[in-house]
Design a protein around this ligand. Structure first.
Ligand SMILES: O=C(O)c1ccccc1NCC(=O)[C@H](O)[C@H](O)COP(=O)(O)O
Length: 204
């Protein structure tokens, strides 16, 4: 976490999906300590959830101490509306095919979430794993959609790593990027040098 802050990163994700290799237990004192340290370092704390009720997400967010809630499953739009009405910033993962996709597909999958006030996180459809696939999106398709939707807030995810993040930014015009597996070695364990290299490449 200190590597994120020292290198100029601005957010961390706390993953509350029990099937993820990145899962952290919301009841564990260690998770609360992690959250407090992130807050002291000025990092935004994003809770990643899959198919939890709005009430449970809000309760975990308040207990652990989160700044935003990321919906990464098949949640209904009402979950976002409910969280927004409670004042929570919400990121919505829009899961897209690996190959090229039409801007119309992206529009169809995202319009209601944008209308509900969500920030979009564009990620590869990872099936039952939901996220953390390490696979990249078709960047030209992302760029084509983004050019027509300049007022929409979005973050690029999916297979981003130190070796490709600069190319991804240049290809898509992303102003914010997210990574999970791309800064790990071995899988599930964050690697300080890869975090530093990722942020340097993204911001440089
Ligand atoms: O990372 C996970 O294990 C995960 C599992 C279930 C839902 C979401 C998950 N991650 C959320 C993220 O925002 C990841 O950063 C995103 O999926 C990109 O992952 P990667 O391709 O490994 O960079």
């Amino acid at each position: 976490m200190r590597a994120v802050e020292r290198s100029g990163g601005d957010a961390i994700g706390l993953n509350f999906f029990p099937n993820s290799v990145r899962y952290v237990d919301p009841q564990s004192p260690a998770t609360g300590r992690l959250s407090r340290l992130a807050n002291e370092l000025g990092l935004l704390r994003v809770g990643v959830f899959v198919n939890e009720s709005a009430e449970r997400m809000a309760a975990i967010a308040a207990t652990v101490g989160l700044d935003a809630i990321q919906l990464h499953g098949d949640e209904p739009i009402e979950s976002a509306e409910s969280l927004r009405s409670m004042g929570w910033p919400v990121l919505r993962a829009i899961k897209l095919p690996r190959g090229g996709f039409a801007a119309a597909l992206m529009q169809e999958r995202s319009a209601a979430w944008v209308a509900a006030g969500c920030h979009l996180l564009l990620d590869v459809d990872a099936g039952s794993a939901h996220g953390g696939s390490g696979k990249t999106l078709d960047w030209p398709s992302v760029a084509a959609w983004a050019q027509g939707h300049r007022s929409v807030g979005w973050t690029l995810a999916g297979g981003l790593k130190p070796e490709n993040v600069r190319r991804a930014i240049e290809a898509t015009g992303a102003v914010s990027v997210d990574t999970a597996s791309g800064v790990e070695c071995p899988r599930g364990v964050k690697d300080e040098s890869r975090i530093r290299a990722f942020i340097a490449a993204a911001t440089g």
